[in-house]
Design a binder for this molecule. Structure first.
Ligand SMILES: [Zn+2]
Length: 391
């Protein structure tokens, strides 16, 4: 990468404009499934900037996705910047700046990152820096679980509203994740026929759902120790975890159901369907052995994935990172699940999560250093030049 480009990009990123964009997005509350007003705000900002904007329902007409394109007019790959506008359902904290830090709901997760990606788009256009191809900016709702189910990202994939590589400006500044575990939330309800009954009045042979639930917890715990042997050099290992066991009314009454809730996490390359089938088989055998009925809800939040560290997207990112900081970013695993898992595992589109070193995601104390937003804007613009222009 030539030094002149780095210099131009660094000078053109406008800290104040970026900050104002982030604040304009953050000040519109957007709990998951209600991100329509925030999406409208983003459309207004892009339109005022002169970018043509498309809206697509993408299976959630309450908040159609926002899509803007910067096209070089020359053939080449498309790099997509993708972010979610929705937030977890916590009390709204309005935006405020103290010192060099921006606070407020979704400043970290992830409207700050979206504002940085948009600033990168402005810079690329101002400098006419895109040598070939296109940059696509997309933003959507339905990300945060359990309220959202990821339907808009799946619809974007189905409708071809995607690039050849994706950058997601979530709150992860290092490492550069090239693998991640999948996660599913399960709820197994151990049930029996009949009504709750005094312990001494139970008909003979009445199944004890509470004991069966406890046995299930025990069995999952033992299974977890075996699952740990299934490991991946970056992503870690498989696990089964129980976080909740719920049953019983009073001390001497036999209940009719016992609920066991937890997570099942797994390493690549296994797909979510195989993991669900295996879990369901385990419960079928358990219910046969204990004489109980078990109802299972199994929701895959995101599948396990890995990407080849030698693909063009990773090398483009690393060239940009080296130009900006003097060295490539260390590679590792993604600690959480985000829409990148879906792009890779369900569409085969390489996706890298990289954003500001922000804090407080999923709490009322979100914060992002403004300098981090500036850094991400520069890095995204440079990565686009490298990815769309080729090595
Ligand atoms: Zn997020």
């Amino acid at each position: 990468m030539n030094d002149a480009l780095l210099d131009h990009v660094s000078r053109t990123v406008d800290r104040q404009r970026l900050l104002e964009t982030a604040i304009a997005l953050i000040e519109v509350p957007s709990p998951t499934r209600s991100a329509g007003a925030a999406a409208n705000r983003l459309e207004e900002i892009l339109t005022a900037d002169g970018f043509p904007v498309q809206r697509h329902a993408a299976d959630w007409p309450e908040a159609p996705i926002v899509l803007a394109v910067l096209d070089s007019g020359r053939p080449g790959p498309t790099l997509q910047f993708d972010g979610h506008l929705d937030t977890v359902h916590l009390p709204f904290v309005p935006p405020r700046v103290e010192g060099d830090t921006l606070y407020g709901s979704s400043s970290a997760d992830m409207k700050g990152g979206i504002a940085a990606a948009l600033e990168a788009l402005r810079v690329l256009r101002t400098l006419d820096a895109l040598p070939a191809g296109r940059v696509l900016l997309t933003a959507h709702d339905h990300h945060e679980g359990p309220w959202g189910d990821g339907r808009q990202v799946r619809a974007m994939i189905r409708e071809g509203l995607v690039g050849d590589g994706v950058l997601l400006p979530e709150y992860l500044a290092e490492p550069l994740p090239v693998a991640g575990r999948g996660v599913a939330i399960f709820q197994a309800t151990v049930q029996r026929e009949g009504a709750p009954v005094h312990e001494v009045l139970r008909p003979p042979g009445t199944p004890d759902v509470l004991v069966a639930g406890a046995q299930l917890v025990n069995q999952l715990h033992t299974w977890n120790e075996r699952l740990a042997k299934n490991s991946h050099p970056l992503a870690g290992c498989d696990s089964a975890f129980v976080g909740m066991l719920q049953s019983g009314g009073i001390y001497n009454q036999s209940p009719t159901e016992c609920i066991v809730q937890g997570t099942r996490r797994w390493v690549p390359p296994t797909g979510g369907a195989a993991i669900e089938a295996e879990f369901s088989q385990l419960l079928t055998e358990f219910s046969g052995a204990t004489g109980t009925e078990i109802a299972l809800e199994f929701t895959v939040q995101g599948s396990a994935y890995q990407i080849d560290p030698d693909i063009p997207l990773v090398s483009a990112f690393q060239r940009a990172h080296s130009a900006l900081t003097g060295s490539p970013l260390s590679m590792g695993a993604k600690p959480f699940v985000d829409d990148g898992n879906t792009f890779v595992s369900e569409a085969g589109i390489p996706a890298l999560t990289h954003g500001p070193a922000a804090t407080g995601a999923h709490t009322p104390n979100e914060a992002v250093p403004v300098e981090e937003l500036v850094r991400v804007a520069k890095l995204y613009a440079l990565t686009a030049v490298e990815f769309c222009g080729g090595p």
